[in-house]
Design a protein around this ligand. Sequence first.
Ligand code: AMP
Length: 433
Amino acid sequence: MSKSSTIPAVRGFRDVLPEECAHWQRLEAAARDLFARYGFGEIRLPILERTELFARAVGETTDIVEKEMFSFRDRDKEETAVALRPEATASVVRAYLESGLVHRDRQARLFYAGPMFRRERPQRGRYRQFYQIGAEVLGRDDALADAELLVWLVRYFDQVGARGTRIELNSLGDAACRPAYRERLRQFGLAHLDALCGDCHRRLQRNPLRLLDCKVADCRAVIERAPVMRDSLCAACTAHFDEVRLLLDQERVPYVLNLRLVRGLDYYCRTAFEIVAEGEGLGAQNAIGGGGRYDGLVAMLGGPEVAGVGFALGLDRVAMATPAAKDAAPGPAALVLPLEPRAVAPALRLATQLRDEGLVVAVEPAGRSLKALLGVANRRRARLAVILGPDELAAGRATVRDLASSADRRQALDLGAPGAELARWVRAEVGAS
Ligand code: AMP
């Protein structure tokens, strides 16, 4: 029979193995704990949405919608294009409207965690399936809501030990002042047409703001000199931004102004921010999170005029910017070693009993020598080995070996109901509470 070839994962998709998962779980647990303190409830959203949700919310002319969505026709409903969600804010707003939260709990504070999908060029820190933890505050247009989110973020980074994070902050204006700025930017682009890439030529026609997030080096050099939104902010946007900054200063939230910061999604207005990790390891993909205000989005998705502000953290990248636990996970409290087939059933009974009591227990298959099994126990850094061999079965007593001292104890083992007494003893021995 010819050997089958292995089947690799799809390009840009990867597995997160237990050791890395343990790190991620700590990051997620810290986020959940902090969200609870800030009054956020969790929302679990579908991964598949109608493509038009993102086209409308994120913007037809954004890279995400133009180039990066995994969008396809549903086999049963050919007329419906569906997409793997590239981000979750649009879904949160859809759910807020569809579920009636907009009426029941207009100032909903929601958080989510889960995978997002973008067809970007894969590289270290950039995947086609990546994970985000995000939060949205609906129904609040006041600067306090923005400031609270930024305080949450610095507290979170402190708590998980993220090294060298920097918040970059800008205001993108609103429907009152942005059109005039867009026009200034368009004029600037037209004056520098020769130096801009083909994509930027298109952006200039359809959505000049997108010039600001072109990644082509030559374009970047031109855009460095482009007019900035700040000089066009209206009085209301200026006052809002000033208040956000005042609150951040009061709470000693460090940030830098980045007047050329725009976000890759059209729906943002006023406050926009990005969190950059300066530490080693992330390379070019050093944006670990971003967010901002999206006051027009709820109405854009068919709801009433309701404001909103939120952020998303890239969990893959936050994990890269935070230290994993130094100590490897502890080994099992006990490893149960049946030396012969007859010992398998009592071994399972004993293991189950110990596990029911809350201990971490592993049980090995029968059929290997005691020496081989003790080797396994050492490699797995078990505290105790519980040996069930022919002698033990005959005597109705298990041998319990302390693997640190190699001292053996014989412990009664009632084969009818093995484990109860032994479990108590093991528990006391490993000092579990
Ligand atoms: P965005 O809203 O696009 O700025 O995304 C928020 C955060 O998600 C970013 O700051 C990244 O940390 C993370 N992120 C976005 N795209 C990817 C990707 N392709 N791979 C890994 N992380 C990503």
